[in-house]
Design a protein around this ligand. Structure first.
Ligand code: 0O2
Length: 209
């Protein structure tokens, strides 16, 4: 590969990833509008935290290798749906589902897939509601449809997932059995805490929010 070809490739990749960056901005705007309107109508904030990222090229390449895919942009676009990722953390699981509904029902949003790991937690205890949605982005000469993976979860689920993620990487995926059991039990405690906090919240606010 000549250095000129490398430069062209790198430019092509940058342009490709930029579309995902634009997709993220669209979703972030939608979420912040929902949050601000909710605040103004109900004096209540349904979102604790929003974070987003475009997958780093190295971790994209890792994922392609893991899945045995070639680095062709058309294949990448079709097969890797979490290049753009947004994480929405809410205090309560009712807010998780409420925001999911409000976002996915918008008429410029197309839902590609949904995985409800809250209703059906993963065997390790992981809980979150995942949706891959497509959003139109208007560029100077075309309209592109950009997939964004949105993960909705409660603070307790997020706390659990970030620790589990660290443990998983520390042990390079070979986590000792004892720790796996502890994690599973901690996930059950998180679920219980979510239910208790939700009950308290209801007592405080009734069904107002
Ligand atoms: P990262 O570093 O967060 O980007 P896929 O591999 O995405 O094609 P999969 O695994 O069926 O297909 O997708 P799924 O189940 O929707 O999970 C995708 C993302 O959810 C992961 O992205 C994690 O962010 C999160 N996730 C899923 N399972 C777990 C889990 O057991 N523990 C934790 N902590 N997070 C989880 P990546 O690409 O794996 O990682």
């Amino acid at each position: 590969v000549t250095s000129e070809q490398l430069r062209d490739l790198s430019q092509e990749l940058q342009r490709f990833l930029l579309q995902y960056e634009f997709g993220l901005r669209e979703i972030e705007t939608k979420l912040s509008i929902l949050r601000d309107e909710f605040l103004s109508l109900h004096d209540y904030n349904p979102i604790e935290h929003i974070s987003s990222r475009v997958k780093a090229p190295e971790s994209l390449v890792d994922k392609l290798r893991r899945k045995g895919l070639t680095f062709e942009l058309a294949t990448v676009r079709e097969q890797i749906t979490d290049i753009a990722g947004v994480r929405v953390t809410c205090a309560f699981s009712t807010d998780v589902y409420r925001l999911f509904d409000l976002l996915t029902q918008q008429d410029d949003v197309t839902v590609r897939s949904v995985k409800d790991y809250i209703a059906h937690p993963k065997p390790n205890g992981y809980q979150s509601l995942h949706a891959v949605i497509e959003i139109p982005v208007f560029l100077s000469s075309e309209r592109v449809s950009v997939p964004v993976e949105v993960q909705f979860r409660t603070i307790a689920m997020d706390f659990w997932a970030s620790l589990e993620h660290k443990i998983y990487y520390k042990y390079s995926a070979a986590v000792p059995d004892g720790l796996l059991d502890e994690l599973k039990s901690a996930a059950a405690t998180a679920t219980e805490l979510d239910a208790r906090m939700e009950r308290l919240h209801r007592q405080l606010h009734g069904d107002r929010s």
